[in-house]
Design a protein around this ligand. Sequence first.
Ligand code: ATP
Length: 392
Amino acid sequence: MIEVQDLTRRFGPLIAVDGLSFRVERGEVVGFLGPNGAGKTTTMRILSGYLPATSAGTVAVAGHDVLRDSMAVRRSIGYLPESVPLYPELRVEEMMRFQGKLHRLERRALRTRIDEVLERVGVLDRSRQLVGTLSRGLKQRVGLAVALLPDPEVLILDEPTSGLDPIQRREVRRLVAELSDQHTVLLSSHILAEIETMAPRVVILHEGRKVADGDQSSIIESLSGGAAGHVSLEAAAAAEPDRMAELIGSLPGVARVEVGERVGIHHSFSVFGEGDLREDVGALAMTQGWALRELTWKRPSLEELFTRLVIGTLDAEEEPVPRSVAEPAVEVSSAPDLPLAGGELPLGAPGTSAQKTIYSLNPFDRGASRDLSKPVSVDDPSPAEDDPESGA
Ligand code: ATP
């Protein structure tokens, strides 16, 4: 339904999208993720036919080539840009009629269709209100109504929940879930927790490149080096935390122990290894006389892994190598093959400043870190553009 092959977009010396390839099949809901400036909006605007690519191997939507047949692409797509281009001086229904004319919808059918989509997004009772007087959340809904008006096969939603309060965000999430029954949806966000609930599959961009692509559970598993989760322990003891970590690390099946922050008299540890090791860690705590406050099995969130993937590499360059208090129990010679973006995954050293790795099996510890400070190359500089968001 959406096919992007080797797409590149430059703005002067900046490569905003760099050789990007991905596919979205009919009926899929795909989350487009990445930090600010990753290239999400640029890609979505190219897909929607509002911005030309610098070089596009293949960019096709619903079987239409974006370059050669951009009108057909626009007809197949409902696009909700990040800043919704609405007409403040028009009433909601007037603006919808205007949009309908732009889409050349038949006049009588248009009236019914406008009511249908306004009802669908929950603003039918606002149809006589001036657009400029709507709250931000209501404007976002009207923007969605505009995108839905021509009943497009594909919906491209750029940060649909941006700037909304938690209740409005929940409403928009519910709406997207409903829409996904009938449309192929590509939606962007830099709020990972949100995408986690809306899109089973995610494509992660960083500095214009795809760094991961797959369903969330396989991404989580791959990025965490095959570990489905870890044991989280909080305990108070007379022993020093390094000694406690050493004892935990000597348990069979434990690959790595991270020492977390101290909270009051309790020390926290994350224990990685072969599966759920709560019983072994609990038994150790009992024999050592540690006072347990927490012993839980934690599955990493996409957010945690994303931070390691994107931000962790930066931390890795600034931070010294984590202090080791013991030799690694198992050597890892290379990062595992990740079924993600064909080796494009930039893996760096792990963790946050609050954590020290003791035993390590984690691919983040030793993988080659990408040089994020390196300036992008300029092969064919063209003047920077600043084209305003086109309407519709
Ligand atoms: P955000 O989450 O902040 O919306 P994004 O992932 O959508 O970010 P883009 O808006 O696609 O990122 O921007 C990618 C890069 O391209 C950024 O560095 C941005 O400044 C640059 N860029 C985007 N549009 C233009 C333009 N018209 N002229 C010059 N640079 C641009």
